[in-house]
Design a binder for this molecule. Sequence first.
Ligand code: PEP
Ligand code: MN
Length: 360
Amino acid sequence: MENKPQMREWLNDFGLSHPLVIGGPCSAETEEQVLKIAHELKDTDVTVLRAGIWKPRTRPGMFEGVGAIGLKWLQKAKAETGLLTATEVANAVHVKLALEHDVDILWIGARSTVSPFIMQDIADALEGTDKIVLVKNPVNPDLALWLGGVERLYTANIKKLGLIHRGFSSYEKSKYRNNPEWQIAVEAQSKFPDLPMICDPSHIAGKRDLIFDICQTALDLNFDGLMVESHWDPDNAWSDAAQQVTPTVLVQIMKDLKIRKESNEEEAYNTALNTLRAQIDIADQTILDTLGKRMKVAEDIGTLKKSKNVAVLQNKRWNEILGKMILEGQDRNLSEEFILKIFKAIHQESINHQEEVVNK
Ligand code: PEP
Ligand code: MN
């Protein structure tokens, strides 16, 4: 994106003294539900009311959204509360209807960003709009696909753009519904610093008690906003019940979050430092997760060796690994001394795990 104009301007125009907060239910369910949540959110930090009108469900046979009628409820909510409105669009018909009903922010969901064909259709349908368009990351951890989606919109002369990090799906079980691959979001920010970056902790978490920590990490990483699913009766929501919070909880979350400001040089320094520290924390977490996984594999090898009655320690293989790691370490500016120390320690821990299995 050569020569990109000030894409951040739309956010600056809001003139907020805190991160942008988009709140509201996963899905619009009834007119009453939409109006009720809008009124409950109106005097909070929430600037934009979100509600899904067309719901992309992974499996058929579930609630797939109320359809275009819900756009009328959003219009009414906006008229009654002054909140801006946001909804997901996934094809040209959605775009046409959302524009006709004057929705302020259109977002593109993870299951759409993943497809360049869909992204191109949406970009063509939105061509030249002055609406704000936010692009969620694709379901799979692929930065190029995410940025490619933004580039298609930008090429269609859509200038008020932003990104939403909603986590990435993985086959492996984890405590999250969608893993927050923070390094991908940080990389996206560094590639396109003019694009506001919003975190959707709800779809990352999948359950409400993880939401606060995810929000705090996002703010520590200098994210510009949060999109938090909220419902006045979360447990009975028609979609994503486990991850939605009540407006009261959302207000409390906003109150408890440490929000960093940069009104002077000292604060700018602290923000920069905290952003880097948050990246270190994430890297450390990744190292620990990887070490945990490595030991699990070592135990599996232990089980296999035990069944064949093979010795745990096999020096030839170990020396090969070490030589390879020293070379790979050089590419990453890691000294031989460091590589030897760290891999000896890892190897010893692996042997301990294997021996425990073998001697059991
Ligand atoms: C949503 O925001 O309700 C939604 C379906 O999100 P995602 O595209 O991130 O799954
Ligand atoms: Mn949802």
